[in-house]
Write a protein that binds this ligand. Structure first.
Ligand code: UDP
Ligand code: MG
Length: 306
């Protein structure tokens, strides 16, 4: 049994046609498939459409309705948590079907060949507006610069085996960024490329505000490297200040200075460097406290022989 988990927030414009399209590809698939819609606290007719879809295909379609809008990432997790015990694998995809559903059979094939995590990766982003495309690219690059292990151009279209999904659920953190967490799991992985389609109806449910929040989570939940950089800059500044001290004293001895210049210059550089260094050291400790406070699992067992 394989579950498709589809988060929906105010998706009344697309839900009916998405449901039809999804159900139409199910027939040819080599697995027993169910669709689980997660209504993420919608304020429109989304839930009643899900109920209607369920009535027309009670064996295939199911829905859960969250009590309030918790955001895409948490809604996905709610869906995964709901079906993980029944599903040998779970595929997550957006309600607007911008992620090409023709990839689903390939993902399932990979799963039966023993892959635990199949990442859907966008080949090109030509269907996205220029600004969205550009900001996303900059963000992915920034993230890898900061040392996060993420898959370039992969969003939340992926298949996870039951054991990978259970491993994911063992991460108790609140600031969810699944694209960062899933690569931490390990297991056997594979990438499937696809072309991202334009949104058929309705508007994006990711306004700039939500996008920024997600991007911030994507960096601050996975790396304390910026804190480390402060420490390095502090070191560099203290080193520079030593040179400045020598230079300032020599200038002073040669009488090429005005009153007060030497002491002022030395204080500015040396004190500034010391402050940065101290901040960096504090940052290192905060980084450790932060990492500990996440209570992340230390390892995942993939196979055993007993
Ligand atoms: N979504 C959600 N909760 C939210 C925002 C979005 O469940 O608070 C869902 C939305 O219904 C869709 C998916 O997340 O299924 C991706 O949203 P959207 O397609 O609007 O994002 P975009 O493709 O524009 O990045
Ligand atoms: Mg979309």
């Amino acid at each position: 049994m394989i579950y498709l988990v589809v988060p929906c927030y105010n998706e009344q414009a697309v839900l009916e046609s998405s449901d039809k399209q999804l159900q139409s590809i199910l027939t040819g698939l080599p697995a027993d498939i169910k669709i689980l819609y997660v209504d993420d606290g919608s304020t429109d007719k989304t839930w009643s459409i899900i109920q209607a879809n369920q009535r027309t295909a009670p064996d295939i379609v199911h829905g859960i309705r969250l009590a309030h809008n918790v955001g895409h990432q948490t809604a996905l997790l709610a869906g995964i948590e709901t079906c993980v015990d029944m599903a040998e694998a779970i595929i997550t995809l957006d309600a607007d079907l911008q992620d090409d559903i023709q990839v689903i059979p390939r993902m399932i094939e990979d799963f039966y060949e023993g892959i635990d995590v199949v990442y859907g990766v966008r080949r090109a982003r030509t269907s996205d507006a220029f600004l969205k495309r550009w900001t996303a690219q900059v963000f992915y690059r920034l993230q890898s610069l900061m040392g996060c292990d993420t898959i370039f151009n992969h969003a939340d279209f992926r298949l996870m085996s039951q054991r990978a999904a259970k491993a994911l659920l063992s991460y108790p953190e609140r600031n969810l960024y699944l694209r960062g967490l899933v690569p931490l799991l390990g297991f056997h992985t594979k990438i499937e490329y696809y072309d991202r389609l334009p949104r058929m109806q309705g508007n994006t449910k990711y306004p700039v505000r939500k996008m920024m929040a997600l991007a911030l989570d994507g960096i601050t939940s996975f790396t304390t490297r910026p804190l480390h950089w402060i420490l390095i800059v502090g070191f560099v500044f203290v080193l520079i200040s030593l040179c400045v001290i020598v230079w300032a004293l020599v200038s002073r001895l040669k009488g090429r200075t005005i009153e007060g210049w030497t002491s002022l210059l030395i204080s500015v550089w040396f004190v500034g460097g010391c402050l940065l260094l101290a901040l960096g050291i504090i940052g290192e400790y905060i980084g450790k406290v932060y990492a500990e406070s996440k209570h992340r699992p230390r390892y995942h067992v993939m196979e055993t022989t007993y």
